[in-house]
Each structure stands twice: as C-alpha cells, then as structure tokens.
Write a protein that binds this ligand. Structure first.
Ligand code: CA
Length: 241
C-alpha cells in the first residue's frame, strides 16, 4: 500500500532518515520542520497518516495533534508520535491528545515501517492491499478484481465488472462492513479530499454498484439506511434473520 505521510520533525537528520525509508517502502513523504509549516501543508493536501515529533519549536507535537483532532477535516487522520521521552505520564498525555501509537527514539527503520503498517491496517482498512472476502464476494485491491462465489463454492466464480469509482466504493464499504456511512463520509473517504461534488453523486454510484451486483443477485449487500446513508451488510435488510 502506498500512502501520503506527513513527517513533522525538526531534526534534519532524522527527518531525512524517515523520508528516505518511507520512499523506499513506496510511501510519499511530505516533510515539515515545525507545526506551522505542517498546518500549511495539511491545508493543501490531506495526508493519510502523520508522523509527529513530540518536541518541536514553538507549537509542540501534542498541541498540533490536538489541533488536528479538533477539526472535522483532519480529526480522523492516524497519528504516530515520535518521542525521546519514555515516561509513562507522557505517553498518557499523548494518547489523550489523540495519538494512535508511539515510537520512542532511537528507532529502527524496520520498526517504523511495521508500526505505520499496523496503524494503517487498523485505522484505514480500505487502503490496505489485503484481499477481502465477505458475503460471497472476493475483492482483490491489488488486481482491482471482484469475484462472486456460489454459497458452496462448487461452481466457477463470476467476475464482476465495475467502474473505478464503484470499485473504490465497494472496497471502502466491504472494509468497514456493517457500519453505516453518510454521503458526506463516503465523499471524504472514497472520492477524496478537496473534491467539491454533490451528495447525490454518491447515490448515482451506489445505484451503478447495485446494478452490477444485481446481475449476480448480490445487490442486497449494499443497503440504504433511511435518513442516514449506506452500509455493506451480510444481514438481511429487513432484519428478520
Ligand atoms: Ca524534536
């Protein structure tokens, strides 16, 4: 999986080391030396994850994390704090500020990459490359293919033909199965940041997705939750099961 990672670190040598290792692992680093610079960057591009040094000049890492958590646009970005401090009290402070994980300096590149992967898997399952299999559908993010299996898997699977948006939408819904998403949330997470499109665009693509699923008798998996939004669910829509 390749993601955009904002690195906020005031020590040039550490920033460079992190940036080098992120690139080596296929990620796209955006580097800032302080929180003010990071704020400007976040206003331009919403990163998928933030690696945040605790001790920064002027605004501290903790303050910056709290700021990200306060804003609707940035509140769900995963944050990993980088810190030289190891006291438990500080860790608690950081967790209160909304950090998802901690890395204590000095750390190895291998540890850094492993922690990033773990946090992304937990927080943003839709950007993972892992194959998802639910309700007779098997979605492969790497090949962008979706197969439909019969209940006993006795017959050959059928391949589903989906447009790129429908594929991303299905991937997101399957990665967060059983949860209801509003149209605004889907626009944010599936269409991406800074895209000014209307809520009803979501309905158009949901309709296309359902149409494709209808051909294989799986349209019941994508459900409308009246007045709220949509969800992917293996439970029957009317809830008689
Ligand atoms: Ca520092």
């Amino acid at each position: 999986m390749s993601v955009t990672i904002l690195v906020v670190e005031d020590e040039p040598a550490i920033q460079e080391l992190i940036s080098y290792n992120l690139k080596k692992n296929g990620h796209v680093p955006l580097c800032a030396f302080d929180a003010e610079q990071a704020i400007t960057m976040v206003n331009n591009v919403l990163p998928d994850l933030v690696l945040l040094d605790w001790m920064l000049p002027s605004m501290s890492g903790i303050e910056f994390a709290r700021r990200l958590r306060r804003e609707a646009r940035t509140k769900s970005i995963p944050i990993i704090m980088l810190t030289a401090r190891i006291e438990e009290q500080d860790k608690i402070l950081g967790l209160d500020a909304g950090a998802d994980d901690y890395i204590t300096k000095p750390f190895s590149p291998r540890e850094l990459i492993a922690r990033i992967k773990a946090v992304l898997r937990r927080r943003l399952p839709e950007i993972s490359d892992e194959i998802i299999e639910i309700g007779g559908l098997k979605l492969d993010p790497t090949t962008h293919r979706v197969f439909v299996y019969s209940a006993d898997k006795s017959t050959k699977p059928t391949e589903l033909t989906l447009g790129p948006t429908e594929f991303r939408l299905l991937h997101f819904l399957m990665a967060h199965k059983e949860r209801v998403h509003t149209r605004a949330q889907l626009l944010d997470r599936v269409w991406g940041d800074h895209v000014f499109i209307e809520d009803r665009t979501v309905d158009v693509h949901i309709r296309r997705l359902r149409k494709a699923l209808e051909n294989v008798d799986k349209d019941g998996l994508v459900q409308t939750v009246r007045g709220t939004g949509y969800r992917f669910s293996v439970e029957s829509e009317i809830g008689v099961e």
